[in-house]
Design a protein. Sequence first.
Lengths: 523, 375
Amino acid sequence: MSSTQGHAPLLEMHGIVKTFPGVRALDGVDLDVRAGEVHCLLGQNGAGKSTLIKVLAGAHQPDGGRITWRGEEVTLGSPQAAMSLGIATIYQELDLVSGLTVADNIFLGREPARFGITRAAVANAAASRLLTRLGHPEIRPTAEVGSLSAAAQQMVSMARALSQDARLIVMDEPSAVLDNEEVERLFAVVRDLTASDVAVVYISHRLEEIRQIGDRITVLKDGATVATGLPTRETPTREVITLMTGRAIEYVFPERRARAASDQAPLLEVQGLSLRGSFSDVSFSVRPGEIVGLAGLVGAGRSEILETVFGARRATTGTVRVGGKRLRTGDVGGAVAAGVGLAPEERKSQALLLGDSVYRNISISSLARFARGGFLARGSERAAASEQVRSLDVRPADVDREVRTLSGGNQQKVVLARWLLRECRVLLLDEPTRGVDVGARSEIYALVRDLADRGVAVVVVSSEIPEVLGLADRVLVVADGAVVAEERADALDEHRVLDLVMEGTAHQGVPVPATTQHEGDVA
Amino acid sequence: MVWTLGAPVPEEAPLPSSPPPGPGTAGRLPGSRAAAAPRGPGRRLLDRTLARPSTAAWIGLVAVTVFFGVQAPDLLTAAGAAGVLDTAALLGIGALAVGLLLIAGHIDLSIGMVAVSSALATGLLVGEAGWGIWPALAASLAGALLVGLLNGWLVVRTGLPSFLVTLAAHLVLQGTALALTRAIAGRTVLQGLGDAPGWSSARAAFDSSVQWGDGTFRISIVWWLGLTACAGWALWRTRLGNAVFAIGGARRAARELGVPVQRTTLTLFCGTAAAGWLVGTLGLVRITTADGDPSLMPAIEFLVAAVIGGCLLTGGYGSAVGTAVGALLYGVARFGVTLAGWDPLWFQAFLGVLLLVALLANGIVRTRLRAVPLS
Ligand SMILES: Nc1ncnc2c1ncn2[C@@H]1O[C@H](COP(=O)(O)OP(=O)(O)OP(=O)(O)O)[C@@H](O)[C@H]1O
Ligand SMILES: [Mg+2]
């Protein structure tokens, strides 16, 4: 914004270096942030964004470089030191204590207290004010955090950052678990903050968000700043992507197979599937070689549909057939035996052995393939994993590394690699590109298409409508727990899908949410 | 399959995505959950009660009391109650401290040996060096705290598992305390401490009792209940309590959020050491004898009581009241086996079964009620 022009920087980081055993995560990063601006930090998975903000939050100690805060050089020796300067951080990994209440989590470490005794009433009242400001008055301050949905937990993290009265708030991929409406509310809060001269450092892989909210951009690549202070409005998306990846990537979707697969018998048939309280009477079928997308807003029941097909939830009514054979309801083992695989939405919390190596994490679901008379053939196990790591561009491409030390996006890729390695006949993918950078996305699309071409039936759920439209052959639009439309993907466009969603929701007699116009975000 | 979603959700179970504490499913569009069965306040209260860490222990306590009450009706008299409470008190003090440590995600195996060796130290100082009882007690408390600090420091500094650190401490203490005692006093049982200066006030503090009916209720019960109340309050309403849960439930997050992880961990290890000292002292003053038999206070029993009381070995979950109920349950079973005239060896087997049942019950209750939404 023009009003921020000429301000002395609030924060300057200069030549920051941070090494971990065997990796130079940051190698001379520069960043300057002005009061009242939204400064976007961009970079591929593993570029060092999260590491940089952890240095800024005092959670990591840099090995070199200078940090200047309001004109004075400072050392951020601990998280407390950063907080007391007025730097608040929302970490990428949800960092909540699930056994404590919402209010306890918001004020953890800074509880309002008298003589060491916490004042629950004060904390609860303050928490509920903060949550109301974030547009979520329904989250009760006394609710246990472990019982909340991922999006609600994100709101709690956000409320905690707001509660600190900070001069600078760092948000590391805050929108990854939010739906459009919530992102919009987040943006309203961000605008509110910047209007009162608070600075925001915003990290996201969704470039259209950056365009919407950001003032200036800093791009990291392989631990170094490649561009800083780019004005958001004047910089073309293509240029940003080229800076991030070092190559020009068109956001391309792989070509659909020309030959219609209509002659083949469906591999997956879902008939009248319902789950009480979630969705009802869902029917669809997927032929071998076909990709079917489920479009709709978060919470419309898409993930539940996948989980029910997979047997992780027990359907109230309805049948699922794979290759003509009926699966028992609520029997995950049976589904797996029939060749169904599900890559769930919350991969990190549900699916990774954080302390184990990358290749073990990838091969764990396919161990039978590598067993030789009761022993595992480590060599072929590692080789197969390496191949996946290469094709998904996991960085660093070292399969012996502990998964814990990978960046968030690279952890996602590891889980995805596991499912690609397992030879499924039916693959259910829930938000396969969440938190994954633009470069790797194209690779994932190509891989999924490649699997389909080899005869796998694929079902993809994604909140990003262009992704569904670009990747799938056929799209089911889900609104409010019901399939409201089914069409060929090339017969739909984004506005049409949103209209269908809105109609479907309105149709069921529920208030229509104020959904944002999704701007054309295909770069 | 181990990798993803846990057990299938039975149809009539509460929807995992609309968990007990009210409409917390933010992030959903209006209506997308509207069809979920509404939960009345009564149901919610029931869920909350069931989700408490100590619920399984309470149920077990009632069941075991009824069982042994039938087998040995003497259990339900004042004398029986006094015996049960006496057993439970010493155990409960240790279990409380161990339970707090468990909630913070650590374990202390040395607490039993701290109890034995602080009693020996007090005995040596009084019997061999001729100290008064109070100075001797203060010195042994200081020694115990030192052990606790050392345990905590090693755990915090090296990041070694506390299981191993405190196991080492247990062995070192066991060896040194006994060897030193034998070298100095020529034996490992120190008797006749009753004429030391200050003995009568020490007895008032650690070994007074009231008679009620035909039962002798000892002051150790007051110590136990008092400490449990204090700890319960601290867990619930102080910064320290929040820090304990945070450290056990999400240690890295706690550190990044500025919770004083190291200080809290040190405090807790000092707490178990102090509890060990108190247990040792209560025993010492009662029988005026310090006995170096290490089998007297196996730390495992504290652990068992805490776990029966609902503390998770993985941290982040548990309660002070739970440890007290666990200790009480243990007391009833032990005293009940004796009163019923069974071979005391049965008690061990019984305890094992009890532990398993408690673990299973806790597990079921938690997965049903605290299931994190799948999506
Ligand atoms: N604790 C650690 N130990 C070792 N290596 C680490 C550790 N934390 C991060 N790294 C490495 O540092 C590099 C930068 O990681 P970082 O998490 O900062 O990436 P990022 O830019 O946030 O990526 P993403 O978009 O995927 O979140 C990666 O190569 C990662 O493997
Ligand atoms: Mg990151």
